[in-house]
Design a protein. Structure first.
Length: 333
């Protein structure tokens, strides 16, 4: 009985020693238990950064007039109004340039509202040539006493061209000239010198390239020359006074304008200014324009005088000898 017990104990110890290396034993019975991989903390992986796309925003281009800087209120408003006007006129003034001459003609690019310089001299005539096909409406000069301003034309039909002729009586004179036509208006600054003068000026018209594609848009229709109504002419005028080389040949009216005809040599010398005499004996300079060898006066008058010279002044009088029936009630005549 004792022998069986002694043998059984070694067998159990051997069995336990073999079981110690078995893989099916619980982890707490192993000598070096393996770590639980499920319980090990794994650091979180950050998400990838978002993809950023660069988008270019389209910037609208400003128009040419918007490229100018905004005016500074303090500096500009501090100047008196006269200084602002002078500055604006100076900025708009277009002077002659060497590269803008075609032979003796100064060619300006036309721009609405610009002022164009014209230098003139005594005993010289300066030609202001308008666009061919352009019809003249009116001419207005600031100083009609010391400047002679008239108009003529060249060509015919659609190529007919109007020319404004200007001549000063003396140097160092300044005035302005406004010319209105059926297409545009011109503003000129006239200045007289001792000898320097501009023989002629004309313009190019860049905006004409932007005219509508309509084939009839740019065509000029021929306009008949406006003249006196032949069925309403009255020659009841008497001319008297000094025997001057420019003494008028005759005078007549059409009920609206008075036409004073001079000798054909009028353009070879100084032309006299015209003064209308009032009922109180006063003399007022009136608006008139020169057309060929005629003065065209924009009103009727009963008496007028042509005067030229200072020390030995020549005076010629024009007097209406009969009152028109339609004008009998006119208080001005």
């Amino acid at each position: 009985m004792n022998i069986k017990v002694a043998i059984a104990v070694p067998i159990l110890s051997v069995a336990l020693s073999g079981c110690a290396s078995a893989s099916w034993l619980p982890s707490f019975l192993e000598k070096d238990p393996k770590p639980d991989v499920t319980s090990v903390a794994v650091p979180a992986v950050p998400p990838p950064p978002p993809v950023v796309h660069t988008v270019q925003i389209v910037q609208p281009l400003p128009l040419p007039g918007q490229l100018q800087p905004r005016p500074r209120k303090g500096r500009h408003l501090a100047r008196p109004p006269k200084a602002r006007v002078d500055a604006a006129n100076l900025a708009a003034l277009q002077e002659p340039a060497s590269d803008s001459y075609v032979n003796a003609i100064q060619v300006y690019p036309f721009s609405e509202g610009a002022l164009y310089r014209l230098y003139a001299a005594p005993q010289e005539v300066s030609d202001i040539a308008l666009q061919p096909g352009e019809s003249l409406i009116a001419i207005s000069a600031g100083d009609t006493t010391r400047w002679v301003v008239g108009d003529t034309s060249s060509g015919s039909g659609t190529s007919k061209q109007v020319h404004i002729l200007a001549k000063p009586f003396a140097p160092n004179l300044h005035t302005n000239l406004v010319i209105t036509t059926d297409r545009r208006s011109y503003h000129l600054q006239l200045e007289s010198t001792d000898r320097t003068y501009m023989a002629a000026i004309s313009w190019t018209y860049p905006q004409d390239g932007l005219v509508s594609a309509n084939p009839t848009a740019g065509r000029s229709q021929p306009v008949a020359d406006a003249g006196p109504a032949l069925d309403n002419l009255h020659f009841n005028y008497e001319i008297s006074g000094d025997d001057a080389p420019w003494k008028p040949v005759r005078a007549f009216d059409d009920g609206t304008h008075v036409y004073i005809e001079f000798p054909r040599t009028l353009d070879r010398g100084d032309a006299p200014p015209l003064f209308v005499r009032g009922n109180d004996g006063s003399s007022d300079l009136v608006n008139y324009r020169v057309s060929g060898n005629y003065y065209v006066v924009d009103q009727l008058f009963a008496a007028a005088e042509l005067r030229l010279g200072q020390d030995h002044q020549k005076v010629v009088r024009i007097k209406r000898t009969a009152i028109r029936t339609a004008d009998a009630g006119d208080s001005h005549h």
